[in-house]
Design a protein around this ligand. Structure first.
Ligand SMILES: C[S@@+](CC[C@H](N)C(=O)[O-])C[C@H]1O[C@@H](n2cnc3c(N)ncnc32)[C@H](O)[C@@H]1O
Length: 212
């Protein structure tokens, strides 16, 4: 293949990818506008897989609006079937990436609880940038959460746990909380894990404004 052919095909594929992303963004925006209500905080799970945990959680908390997201469409389809079989009206699953989801949460809407259970650990250093929990994610999440929001993180990969804890400790908007884990229900990955560690982070209280 000539170098110019290659460059043209690459440019066409990039343009197609960008168009698909823009389209998905618009769809997600309208899905969230239909589901989320300003001043009614929601419970959010990132990487819900087949929805085992959030379906059990939503059943036990009928007063909470629960949204689970995953980047794997097939997992979301299975989660939706589970939701429908259980006839849970307070539970929704969406095919979405965590960062995009945060960007398109409608104005005035906030989450109060976030579960991140056994996220992909990306053990290699050069892949750490793919981890969901990092400084930038916490900053964006703090803009879309209630002032008393909590984030529940659980992993069986010790280095990710240590890093998550250090990131929370350094973050101006979040701090570690020693609260009890709010709801025990084993996820698929938890059932396979030999051991796991749990971290709870909550929003730091806003500093009082001093007028000098
Ligand atoms: C290791 S699995 C854990 C699934 C489930 N939480 C459990 O404990 O059984 C991680 C899940 O996160 C999803 N995921 C990875 N990155 C994501 C992202 N940026 N946004 C949403 N979901 C993501 C993956 O597709 C996968 O289903």
């Amino acid at each position: 293949m000539e170098p110019t052919d290659f460059a043209l095909r690459l440019a066409a594929r990039t343009a197609e990818y960008r168009q698909r992303q823009a389209q998905r963004r618009l769809e997600l925006e309208s899905e969230l506008l239909a589901l989320l209500v300003p001043s009614f905080p929601f419970t959010w799970e990132i990487g819900c897989g087949h929805g085992h945990f959030l379906a059990a959680y939503a059943q036990a908390h009928p007063d909470q609006l629960c949204i689970g997201i995953d980047i794997m469409g097939e997992r979301i389809e299975r989660a939706l079937r589970k939701r429908d079989r259980a006839r849970l009206k307070n539970l929704h699953f969406l095919h979405a990436d965590a960062r995009l989801f945060l960007e398109v949460i409608p104005p005035g809407v906030a989450f109060s609880r976030l579960f991140l259970l056994f996220p992909d650990p990306w053990p290699k250093l050069r892949h750490h940038k793919h981890r969901v929990l990092n400084h930038e994610f916490l900053a964006a999440a703090s803009r879309r959460s209630t002032p008393d929001a909590s984030l529940f993180f659980r992993t069986d990969f010790e280095p990710y746990f240590d890093e998550a804890r250090a990131i929370v400790a350094r973050h101006p908007a979040w701090e570690e909380a020693l609260d009890a884990w709010p709801f025990e229900f084993s996820t698929v990955f938890q059932a396979r894990a030999v051991q796991h560690r749990s971290l709870i982070a909550r929003r730091r209280p806003a500093l009082p404004v001093t007028i000098s």
